[in-house]
Design a protein around this ligand. Structure first.
Ligand code: NAD
Length: 303
């Protein structure tokens, strides 16, 4: 159990941030959610949480806190592709502002990085020691490189200012409160299955994904918060499935009559993605517990 009593969650009105707010409130902490509501919704945030409407790209003042979970960032391809420069600004200026405030407050920070820092990986599964294969100028680079810069900034703050910051590299996570219609695979598949419309699989569907249920992810982030570890630490579920298999399972758990259709592959869409979670197990005593099929059944019930 953390000793921290007050926490800030940036991006706390979004999918992951709101589940983190829930978990921190459950721990009895006073929580402030900092969000510009660009993709998140105030309705996602539990009533006990104080809402602070702010864009982290602008300098901001955070309330006194012992813990800052920095999750504010457009996260789905349509969201970050709609605002390429804004995404780089959020990852760069936004992370800088949040780290600077955490330094002033003497807070521990957990920075939400991503498996996208591995790009289209040449090493499989991905361990934290792998430096990645990112196209620095492709359309997706605004997200990938912003997160890589955020990691660099976190480690620079640690070295130069002794900031107590830890980096988690989050792999694809799913669960309730994913924004429908934002192009992410599972909400899209669920919406299509519910309407008995064809599920649209990009490319031939043999590309793989490793999908982590949000409750497992939240446990991992809090374990990182409670530790003094710098990371980076992969958080994700190593169970690797093809996108085609995911589509079939969604059809099954929703009892849908949908078929599967193939549409064009996405630019720089990674072929394979699978976390090696040895480090999380060794440093944090964490591993995911919810297999995909059970997680999809939970999601079918809860969304
Ligand atoms: P989300 O879009 O649901 O949440 C992001 C939140 O940040 C939203 O509430 C949005 O309004 C807010 N936000 C965006 N830009 C902001 C700004 N400039 N100032 C203030 N608030 C801002 O996405 P999510 O899936 O919950 O992702 C949360 C974090 O986790 C992101 O940093 C994302 O990169 C990271 N992540 C998520 C996944 C995943 O599978 N969901 C995987 C890897 C990394």
């Amino acid at each position: 159990m953390s000793m921290a009593e007050r926490a800030v969650v940036t991006g706390g009105a979004g999918f992951l941030g709101s589940h983190l707010c829930d978990a921190l409130v459950e721990r009895g902490m006073r929580v402030t959610c900092v969000d510009d509501f660009s993709t998140g919704e105030p309705a996602n945030v539990p009533p006990a949480v104080e809402l602070m409407h702010a864009d982290v790209r602008e300098p901001l003042r955070l309330p006194p806190s012992e813990l800052v979970l920095h999750f504010a960032c457009p996260a789905s391809p349509p969201a970050y592709l709609a605002s390429p420069v804004g995404t780089l600004e959020t990852g760069g200026f936004g992370t800088h502002h949040v780290l600077e405030e955490a330094r002033r407050l003497g807070a521990r920070v957990v920075f939400a990085s991503t498996s996208e820092v591995y790009g289209d990986p040449l090493e499989h599964p991905q361990r934290e020691t792998y430096w990645g294969n990112v196209n620095p100028i492709g359309p997706r680079s605004v997200y990938d490189e912003a997160k890589r810069f955020g990691e660099a900034l976190a480690f620079a703050y640690r070295r130069e200012h002794g900031l107590d910051v830890g980096v988690v590299r989050i792999f694809n996570t799913y669960g309730p409160r994913m924004k429908p219609g934002d192009g992410r695979m599972l909400p899209t598949f669920f919406a299509q299955a519910r309407k008995n419309e064809p599920l649209t699989v990009h490319g031939d569907g043999t590309q793989t994904r490793s999908l982590c249920h949000v409750s497992d992810l939240v446990r991992g982030v809090l374990a990182m918060a409670d530790s003094g570890e710098a990371g980076p630490v992969n958080l994700g579920n190593p169970e690797e499935v093809t996108v085609l298999e995911v589509a079939k399972q969604v059809i099954e758990v929703t009892g849908s009559d949908s078929e599967i259709v193939h549409v064009g592959a996405m630019t720089d869409d990674p072929r394979r993605r699978r976390p090696d979670v040895t480090r999380a197990r060794e440093l944090l005593g964490w591993e995911p517990e919810i297999p995909l099929e059970r997680g999809l059944r939970l999601m079918a019930r809860e969304t």
